[in-house]
Design a protein. Structure first.
Lengths: 111, 114
């Protein structure tokens, strides 16, 4: 099973701050990486599916980059808003493996 | 509206009493999967199905059964629930298996086994 690390575990920022967090995974035999946003009392929702080294994806104020050679992906949030408060999950997939979810980074944005 | 529907949302039961959690999707997705979420752990896959009549074990299949008789439905069966199956369960589907196709999750079922 892939070893997936997300850091930090939790993060508190002020409204308007920009922030970023990391997903680390084994670089060998990489196939794809998913990012999900999971608000409390709701279900996870897909943000991005990334496949190529150097990929950059953007959705509004949220963007993500992918480095498959060194085995990490960054998720950035520009100008955080209270509605961005959620747990952000990454899920990489190796060639013959299934998606493996990290434990997530819990973001709290204080007004 | 495209969605994955799970029922029930909440369930309290006793050890040994068989139960079924239903999951249905209306997106004609081929791939469906069940996950459980426990504190301090990532989502762990219980079972998955690549298509009708094709199911396979995930990482934590013990104590669970599934079936995929129709494309849209993928029920999770606990024949004899035990307290260690107390958890938050999610059903998810995608167009095809995993990699390039994002998962669509149901609203979750919080199960308590006493």
């Amino acid at each position: 099973i892939l070893n997936v690390e997300q850091s930090p575990q939790s993060l508190h920022v002020q409204e308007g701050d920009s922030t970023n967090f990391t997903c680390s995974f084994p670089s060998s035999n990489f196939y794809a990486l998913h990012w999900y946003r999971w608000e409390t009392a709701k279900s996870p929702e897909a943000l991005f599916v990334m496949t190529l080294n150097g990929d950059e994806k953007k959705k509004g104020r949220i963007s993500a980059t992918l480095n498959t050679k060194e085995g990490y992906s960054y998720l950035y949030i520009k100008g955080s808003q209270p509605e961005d408060s959620a747990t952000y999950l990454c899920a990489p997939k190796g060639g013959s493996e299934k998606l493996v979810f990290g434990k997530g980074t819990k973001l709290t944005v204080n007004p | 509206e495209a969605q994955v529907t799970q029922n029930p949302r909440y369930l309290i039961t006793v050890t040994g009493k068989k139960l079924t959690v239903t999951c249905s999707q209306n997106m004609n997705h081929e791939y469906m999967s069940w996950y459980r979420q426990d504190p301090g752990l990532g989502l762990r896959q219980i079972y998955y199905s690549m298509n009708v009549e094709v199911t396979d074990k995930g990482d934590v299949p013990e104590g669970y059964k599934v079936s995929r008789k129709e494309k849209r439905n993928f029920p999770l069966i606990l024949e004899s629930p035990s307290p260690n199956q107390t958890s938050l369960y999610f059903c998810a589907s995608s167009l095809w298996e995993g990699s390039y196709s994002p998962l669509h999750f149901g609203n979750g079922t919080r199960l308590t086994v006493t």
